[in-house]
Design a protein around this ligand. Structure first.
Ligand code: FES
Ligand code: MG
Length: 577
């Protein structure tokens, strides 16, 4: 370009002279692109995680078409490219194992190609953080468009929530309230359109986090996947990214410490997934923002839960959308001075400018600060104690109030499978006061830190009418799950955390009001046990899983790879030919 502006990044490719330029342009022209598109206009990558193996993302190619329209309209050149998709429902041993791999792929693809900016299309749980992590580590202008939730599930006239009702149906099946045939029918009713889970599970939560961080357009998290306004917002994002390239508005300017503080508070207000803690921590690590596990407790103490959505409440994402969506929540938090007003967002405007005047259209779905769905201090709590020196997490709103202070004997299982093998044994030596300890489900131990922590209650207790019990685990819980479940225990058992030392019958003391989780066993005894503890043998000697187990950090650090922290920028000094 010769108009005095800085030569764009893509012009290092398409504007090149001689043989190099010919190589870069000629093959692109096989797609029917005219010579004029290489004139220095912003080249916008559309990172598309559509996949039929990740059903929540399967429709993203349609969303990409809308983004493309917007990019063309604004004078950019859109180029769509596929990324891997970490589908929550199918991938074994857990999609979380592959979040970091997807983040690496996104980062490398953006950097290696002639792009000036990127639109990130995500949907299912891990795809949103993976894309934000990757984009943050390149730090080219980026805007996210999540694919939107499915329509509300409907079964026999009732709303059914994806994920949340799987647990309910399972319990109903076990206790004879539902037949196999009814369950089979109901599973279809739970997923009646394109889109991601329509509960406030991890996908909806992370879509809201992307919006709260300022990385997606206001209102964009909530439009159902099949609502035409989803396409409208995607088109607007396509237009906006072209301007962002011109303004050089980068993720590092948007995702500041203040933006993360906003996101943490918004997560509390929406009753969001505990998984957001791990993902936000990992994203923060990529932009060099210091966000500690303790922040997730300290920052939310004054924030009530405003949003009445499953799994904590009764409504679903469609209702949330029609009630005004995230802008209505943020407007209310701004009124209570619970958010920073100034952080800049992808719109080029501040949080306050974007959302201050947003209206709420249904105060039963999005409640007001003076009549909140759940009072302040009942959201996610971060626990410490000799059982979790580096912290553990409990989602109070999904737990039973009477169990938040509890003392009971541990019954220890070395894997979720070990528990499942005996869970329905009528002779099982567990009563409702028992604390079920599931270990070796952490990042290294499983590996990949799966969503297995909220194991169903023992069959005999379910039949006896017991609704909840304390469970302690170094794994995660689905954002759609519920129960008095202590998650993310760090360090994990497989890394030698104290969870590895627990034995059957040890008294476990949970005191959520005082934020403690401890083992009432004296230190000398624990030291003796530690002497005989042996790290589990290495199971992996090669491949990605080996890379993962060697490099994954603990839950309190976001379970990213240590070597992926920080930004590596977008310079590529050497030519390919
Ligand atoms: Fe994909 Fe819930 S399984 S969002
Ligand atoms: Mg999930």
């Amino acid at each position: 370009m010769t108009d005095g502006r800085k030569t764009s990044r893509s012009q290092a490719w398409f504007g090149a002279q001689g043989r190099s330029g010919m190589l870069y342009r000629s093959w692109m022209r096989n797609q029917g692109l005219g010579a004029e598109v290489f004139d220095g206009r912003p080249v916008i990558g559309i990172a598309n995680s559509a996949s039929e193996l990740a059903p929540c993302n399967a429709h993203l190619t349609h969303v990409a078409e809308a983004v493309k329209r917007g990019v063309w309209q604004a004078g950019g050149l859109p180029l769509q490219f596929p990324t891997m998709a970490t589908g929550e429902t199918l991938m074994r041993p857990t999609a979380m194992l592959y979040r970091n791999l997807m983040a690496m792929e996104v980062e490398e693809l953006i950097r290696a190609n002639p792009l000036d900016g990127v639109v990130l299309l995500s949907g299912c749980d891990k795809t949103t953080p993976a894309m934000l992590m990757g984009a943050a580590s390149v730090d080219l202008p980026a805007v996210m468009v999540t694919g939107g939730p499915m329509l509300n599930g409907k079964y026999r006239g009732q709303d059914v929530g994806s994920g949340t009702h799987v647990w309910k149906f399972e319990e109903d099946l076990k206790t004879g309230r539902m037949t196999e045939e009814e369950c089979f029918f109901a599973e279809g009713c739970m997923a009646r359109s394109n889109g991601h889970c329509m509960t406030m599970g991890t996908a909806s939560t992370m879509a809201c986090m992307a919006e709260a961080l300022g990385m997606q357009l206001p209102g964009s998290a909530a439009w159902p996947a099949v609502d035409s306004r989803r396409m409208e917002t995607a088109q607007a994002a396509g237009q906006r990214i072209v301007r962002m390239v011109e303004e050089e508005l980068r993720p590092s300017q948007i995702m500041t410490r203040e933006a993360f503080e906003n996101a943490v508070r918004v997560n509390a207000a929406i009753g969001g997934s505990t998984n957001a803690i791990i993902h936000l921590t990992a994203i923060a690590g990529r932009v060099g923002v210091d966000l500690s596990l303790q922040d997730f407790d300290d920052l939310v103490r004054a924030v009530p839960t405003l949003v009445n959505l499953m799994p904590s409440g009764k409504y679903l994402m469609e209702d949330f959308c029609y009630a005004g969506g995230l802008p209505a929540v943020m407007a209310e938090l701004l009124r209570g001075e619970l958010l920073h007003r100034e952080p800049i967002t992808v719109t080029g405007r501040s949080v306050a400018e974007n959302t201050e005047n947003a209206e709420c259209f249904n105060s039963d779905v999005i409640t007001a600060l003076d009549a909140p769905f759940q009072p302040a201090g009942t959201g996610t709590a971060v626990l410490r104690g000799n059982l979790c020196p580096d912290g553990a997490v409990i989602k109070q709103s999904a737990a039973s109030p009477h169990l938040l202070t509890h003392r009971g004997p541990a019954r220890v299982f070395d894997s979720p499978e070990a528990y499942h093998a005996v869970a329905d044994d009528p002779e099982l030596d567990i009563d409702e006061n028992t604390v079920i300890v599931i270990r070796n489900a952490g990042p290294k131990g499983y590996p990949g830190m799966p969503e297995v922590s909220n194991v169903p209650l023992p069959g005999k207790l379910l039949k006896a009418g017991v609704k909840d019990m304390v469970r302690v685990c170094d794994g995660r819980m689905s954002g759609t799950g519920y129960g008095t479940v202590i998650l993310h225990v760090a360090p994990e058992a497989a890394a030698g955390g104290p969870l590895a030392l627990v034995r059957d019958g040890d008294p476990v003391v949970l005191d959520v009001p005082n934020r403690t989780l401890s083992l009432d066993v004296d230190e000398a005894e624990l030291a003796r046990r530690r002497q005989t503890w042996r790290a589990p043998a290495e199971r992996y000697t090669g491949g990605y899983t080996w890379l993962y187990t060697q490099n994954v950090e603990q839950a309190d650090r976001g379970a990213d790879f240590g070597f992926l922290r920080g930004s590596r920028g977008h310079e590529v000094p050497r030519d390919s030919h």
